[in-house]
Design a protein around this ligand. Structure first.
Ligand code: CP
Length: 342
């Protein structure tokens, strides 16, 4: 599934952020280090499924600080830390943190560093998690910073794609990836396209409503890799894709008037997938899907379609996030030796 690694020394030193064992951006990874990381995620699978037990993080405490709504990221990071024997303290929303009383990111980060061994932070402002990280030396993980990045999501997305391709006997090099939806404010696609760009000869169809296109700073960054990149405003341009990665329109990040070009024509449904893609296409979404009136998100009529990988994708969130903690806290080499039966 992965290429051989010729690197030596701890992975956490090779992916360090500003010299610290923190995960803020996918820019910290090369293809080689990402695949080395995925081998560690593979080791976590039996623990994630509770077929085996490990307590390598016994006594350690995670601070889960979520200043923006979340179900998957917050709970799966917490569950991942607990699966390795640690405990979790969390706070959700500004209202229930002292930031509501005017406390700065710097003070919050310094105070939390004295209480916990690692922090996962989600915050609505792009760049804010890096600010938390600068104020501390403990591991900090970016759980999503506004329209910036979502590196753990991109890692689990790439892990899912490689796992699905392995099952199908396909290689990621040379694949056609269609990204559909809000590519402007969707941080998961910002991180994922940068990770995918580490592979060779890809074709990206970037299909969005007008006004919600992938930002130029991301396109500039991936342009040096020589992939084919085709922006589009029509679903038909996903024709022949190996992966369809759909995203929710991030209505919380912009005014409703900007949504003018968004219509049912952007909904990825079973009819659309059958018309444009083959039996081996993988359909993904970081979730949540927006199921409210007027939303044209990934259709529920694909729920029983084996090509829909969204729940295999969410399941992969646990071993991938366990691997993040194991690597950043430097215990990945102890996990194999610590395994015991349930
Ligand atoms: N994919 C994702 O970040 O989901 P949550 O917002 O529920 O954490």
């Amino acid at each position: 599934k992965y290429a051989q690694s010729a690197q030596s020394g701890p992975l956490r030193d090779r992916i360090a952020y500003d010299g610290k064992h923190q995960l803020i951006s996918v820019d910290q990874f090369t293809r080689e280090s990402a695949e080395e990381f995925f081998r560690i995620a593979d080791l976590m699978q039996p623990i994630a499924r509770r077929q085996k037990v490990s307590r390598v993080l016994e006594g350690a405490v995670l601070g889960n600080l979520f200043f923006e709504a979340s179900t998957r990221t917050r709970v799966s990071f917490g569950a991942a830390f607990c699966r390795l024997g640690g405990s979790v303290c969390d706070t959700t929303g500004f209202t229930f943190s002292s930031m509501a009383k005017g406390e700065s990111i710097y003070d919050t980060s310094r105070v939390m560093s004295g209480y916990v061994d690692a922090m996962v932070i989600r915050h609505p402002e792009q760049g804010s998690v890096a600010e938390f990280a600068r104020a501390t030396n403990i591991p900090v993980v970016n759980g999503g910073d506004g329209a910036g990045e979502h590196p753990s999501q991109a890692l689990l997305d790439l892990y899912t794609i490689l796992t699905e391709f392995s099952r199908l006997g396909k290689l990621l090099d040379g694949a056609h990836i269609a990204m559909v939806g809000d590519l402007k404010y969707g941080r998961t696609v910002h991180s994922l396209i940068k990770l995918l760009a580490l592979y060779k000869g890809l074709k990206f169809s970037l299909i969005s409503p007008k006004g919600l296109e992938m930002p130029d700073y991301i396109l500039d960054q991936i342009s040096k890799h020589g992939h084919v990149v085709e922006p589009s405003n029509e679903l038909k341009d996903m024709a022949g894709a190996d992966v369809i990665y759909t995203t929710r329109v991030q209505k919380e990040r912009f005014a409703a008037e900007e949504l003018e070009g968004y219509s049912p024509q952007f909904q990825v449904s079973k009819a659309v997938v059958d018309q444009f893609c083959g039996p081996d296409v993988i359909i993904m979404h970081p979730l949540p899907r927006d199921s409210r009136e007027g939303a044209h998100d990934l259709s529920v009529d694909l729920n029983d379609d084996p090509r829909l990988a969204i729940f295999r994708q969410t399941d992969n969130g646990i071993p991938v996030r366990m691997a993040i903690f194991a690597v950043l806290l430097g215990v990945e080499g102890l996990v194999q030796h610590s395994l015991r039966d349930v």
